[in-house]
Every structure is written in C-alpha cells, then in structure tokens.
Design a protein around this ligand. Structure first.
Ligand SMILES: Nc1ncnc2c1ncn2[C@@H]1O[C@H](COP(=O)(O)OP(=O)(O)OP(=O)(O)O)[C@@H](O)[C@H]1O
Length: 237
C-alpha cells in the first residue's frame, strides 16, 4: 500500500536562499510522524509545499499514491489532506460547535455536518465547550478546537503546525491522547512541534530538519541520542 503522504526531492528557494534542499519524507496511516528542527529550519515551508500553498523548485508530493504536485490546496483537501496553522484560524464570534459545523460542510458528508460536529466534540471530550464562542477560549483549548475543526472534514492525513504551543500540562496530556487516538483510527498524522517531550512520547517516527535538509530520521529513542541532531540543537539554543 502506498504511503498516505510521500514527499520526494523537494527544494524551495527564497531569492538565493535555499529554504528546503532535496527533502524526502513519508507519513503512514496509523502513525504519528514528527517533524522537528531549530527555528528557521524550513518546517512551515515544507507544510506549505505539502498543502499546495507553495510550489517547489523541484520534487514531488503524493497522497496515497496519487501525485498532487501540481494540484492546488482545494484539490489536495478533497484527497483527504487537512491542516492547522501556527496562529489560530477559528471564527471568533461563532460557537465551537458552529466552527466545526462550518468545516464539516466543506467535507464529504456535508449533509450530516451537525451530527459530525457533535460526534467530534464527544470524541475529544469537549462537549461542554459546544456553545462557547471561539474567541473566549484559552489559547490551549483554542488549539484543541482547531484540531477538532480539521477533523470535521474527515481527513486521511492531518498536518499539525505547533498544536501544543500555549497549552498547559493538562491540555498537552489530553492532546497527546488525542493524537494517539487519531492514529489508532487510521489517520496519518504529521506533527511539527517544539515540545520535545510531546514529540518523543507520541511519535512513531521523527524527522529532523536543519537548514533545509533532513539530517536524521528514525524512532524517538534513536533520534534522542543522535549526535548530529544534538549538535544542530545545541549550536542554536
Ligand atoms: N516568504 C518568505 N520569504 C523569504 N524567506 C522566507 C519566507 N518564508 C520563510 N523564509 C525563510 O525560509 C527559512 C525557513 O523558514 P520556515 O518558516 O519554513 O522555518 P520553520 O522551521 O518553520 O521555523 P519556526 O520553527 O521558527 O516556525 C528561514 O530562513 C526563513 O527566514
């Protein structure tokens, strides 16, 4: 079976600066894949390429074996890709439930949008927030609701950009459980996150990006002890 996401030989340049240099990466169904790296390593740029917001200089992106390199964001979404952003993108004046409902109306089961919204609220254990307006949520809960909203389109691949930023310890624990549940349900999860404890505890595979290149990839136990990875981080902190 092909990988849910296969990225091959992706390069991106901003002026003369190579933000990504021949990057290759895979994300599989049923797994949480981590993408880590120091600030400016190219993580968000790679997410932009995967979601179709930025055209690469070279390389290919495939979703479930289908080459989508030339497809725009909407077509990729129809092929099962969903994404969250570093900044919150919720509709502030709408309730949490309505934020989910509006998203579900863009997905394949739009006629059941209300039902999908309720089901996801229950699955995440946040039914009590259904009628809360999005702009009165804490940042941490706002991030959880962002993920809930991404789930409303029934994605087979979900890209999460720093979802735990601003979460307290309890919210992060809840979140780690959610990521494992998503993977167990068969979703491929690709996670960019600076919280190393979270990354090392939930990921099956971790890729390390530094200055636009993948410098290591493997299970968390191996990455944690990798000399090149330690040098990349220590050199910049
Ligand atoms: N629109 C742009 N124009 C010019 N340079 C850019 C642009 N976007 C990103 N860059 C540069 O590309 C490199 C990669 O940036 P990117 O935001 O992808 O890194 P990142 O790993 O996501 O960083 P962070 O962890 O801080 O979010 C950086 O050197 C950045 O300055």
């Amino acid at each position: 079976m092909p990988s849910q996401l296969a990225v091959d030989d992706i390069s991106v340049a901003f002026g003369g600066h190579r933000a990504l240099d021949s990057v290759a990466l895979n994300a599989e169904r049923g797994q949480v894949t981590g993408l880590i790296g120091p600030n400016g390593a190219g993580k968000s740029t790679l997410f932009d390429v995967i979601s179709g917001l930025r055209k690469p200089l070279s390389g290919n992106v495939s979703l479930n074996g289908r080459d989508v390199t030339r497809a725009g964001p909407a077509r990729r979404a129809r092929h099962g890709l969903a994404r969250t952003f570093q900044r919150l993108e919720l509709f502030g004046r709408l309730s949490v439930r309505d934020n989910l409902r509006v998203a579900a109306e863009l997905g394949p089961e739009r006629r059941h949008a209300g039902h999908i919204a309720d089901e996801i609220l229950a699955r995440l254990g946040i039914e009590h927030l259904a009628d809360t307006t999005a702009d009165s949520l804490s940042t941490g809960m706002g991030r959880l609701v962002e993920v809930a909203r991404a789930l409303a389109v029934r994605p087979s691949l979900i890209l999460l950009d720093e979802p735990a930023a601003g979460q307290d310890v309890q919210e992060t624990e809840l979140f780690a459980g959610l990521l494992r549940t998503l993977a167990a349900d068969g979703t491929a999860v690709l996670l960019v996150e600076h919280d190393m404890e979270l990354v090392m505890s939930v990921c099956d595979t971790v890729y390390v990006l530094d200055l636009g290149r993948i410098i290591a990839a493997g299970p968390p136990g191996v990455i944690r002890r990798d000399e090149t990875v330690l040098a990349a981080y220590l050199g910049k902190s």
